[in-house]
Design a protein around this ligand. Structure first.
Ligand code: GDD
Ligand code: MN
Length: 378
């Protein structure tokens, strides 16, 4: 009993330092030349605020972590969350937000493309009752042209348009990586978000549907301070699968979709290999078919490893071991495929229905089993 009273009193006792009101979450991947500049800029523009900086680093190979730790040694408002064996902008941002206890969390890039001078106003919007306040390049007074190459801007416009039409998102810049969110709102929505990919804001807006009060404030997207963009062509695949996942009400996971798309390319590879083997070698059909299947499986494995599972990418010896398990799982998947197809055909002799049922069964089996065997979380 005495102990219980003590526990209650400990929480009610005023503590000498109250926690920060605002957390700035910054995902980093090799941003050693930018992070100190960003920190200095934050110190200037947030002088009137009670803030902290959370850098979420995916094990950068440059000096990013060392530099953040140096800053943190002198400034208790700064901390570094170093993630090992994981990759991905969305996952990093989500973990950063989850590690905050502040009333409002702002997310921004490390490369100074986002104008930090907008932060006080984004935060003021949250204080004024908004759930999410977005730094937008696409409303009056905002611009994107300085910060993007022409083709990147075109891609960004197409993606923005697709998101707005297909997902019914009303905001002008759902692809923004610059926004503030009320932490209670984030806590509510985060369990529904995908840690894959790079579109945290879009995911946040779609998952929460119409229940949120969202405001947008314009800013000019600046050129990157130093270094190169970290987003490669894989983001197009991510983006497409996020759209399908969200449009299907999360019934089709974005990873399964990517896996399925890779599977379709694998069919093309299989046929190309089969035709090459039949025309250039004297291999009998059965042998050529088996060889072509191995070519296609190897293709599927390496493409899935590079794209679908880039956050868990296998390399070195693990790559070969992964390939071996992939062959094994697909072998069993093929048996499941034929089993289901024959069963359907036995009941309903419609060749395409039976064939498709078998193929879908095989794909679902391969996906489910390789997710936990080949690319299991370490
Ligand atoms: N932790 C972590 N892990 N950080 C990452 C990763 C990752 O896998 N990939 C990128 N980052 C960090 C970068 O270090 C940078 O601070 C920030 O995320 C944005 O990455 P950039 O490489 O600068 O992206 P961008 O400028 O091409 O794209 C930006 O603008 C887009 C506008 O359409 C990003 O803000 C996108 O989210 C945004 O959609
Ligand atoms: Mn950038």
């Amino acid at each position: 009993m005495a102990q219980m009273t003590a526990t209650v009193r400990a929480i009610e006792t005023p503590v000498p330092f109250a926690g920060p009101e605002i957390s700035i979450v910054v995902p980093t991947l090799n941003e050693a030349d930018n992070i100190k500049v960003l920190y200095d800029a934050l110190c200037d523009c947030l002088a009137a605020e009670h803030w902290e900086l959370i850098v979420v680093d995916d094990d950068s190979s440059d000096d990013t972590v060392r530099i953040v730790r140096e800053i943190a040694a002198r400034d208790h408002r700064v901390r570094c969350l170093r993630r090992i064996g994981r990759r991905g902008l969305s996952g990093a941002v989500i973990e950063g937000i989850l590690s905050s206890s502040a009333f409002a969390v702002a997310v921004m890039d490390a490369d100074l493309q986002h104008d930090e001078r907008l932060l006080p106003r984004l935060i003021a919007e949250i204080r004024g009752g908004a759930d999410i306040a977005i730094g937008s390049r696409h409303i009056g007074g905002g611009s994107a042209s300085q910060g993007f190459s022409r083709w990147r801007q075109l891609a960004s416009n197409v993606a923005t348009d697709a998101a707005r039409r297909l997902l019914g998102v009303a905001v002008s810049d759902p692809m923004s990586g610059f926004f503030a969110v009320r932490r209670s709102t984030a806590d509510l929505v985060i369990p529904q978000l995908s840690a894959q990919g790079f579109k945290v804001l879009l995911d946040l807006l779609v998952s929460a549907r119409d229940t949120l009060k969202v405001v947008e404030l314009p800013y000019a997207f600046r050129p990157r301070h130093r270094g190169l963009s970290k987003l490669d062509s894989g983001v197009a695949l991510d983006f497409f699968s996020l759209i399908v996942a969200k449009a299907s009400g999360d019934r089709i996971s974005s990873r399964f979709l990517a896996f399925g798309l890779v599977g379709v390319t694998g069919l093309g590879v299989h046929l190309a290999a089969l035709s090459a083997l039949l025309s250039h070698t004297s291999a009998p059909f059965d042998v050529a078919q088996v060889l072509a299947a191995f070519v296609a499986m190897t293709w599927n494995f390496s493409v899935n490893n590079s794209f679908t599972y880039r956050d868990r990418r296998l390399s070195g010896m693990a790559w070969f071991w992964g390939l071996a398990t992939f062959y094994a799982v697909c072998g069993i998947g093929a048996i499941a495929n034929v089993g289901v197809a024959s069963w359907v055909y036995g009941n309903e002799p419609i060749w395409w229905l039976a064939g498709a049922a078998g193929a879908i069964m095989g794909a679902v089996f391969n996906y489910a089993v390789t997710a936990s065997v080949t690319w299991r979380r370490s």
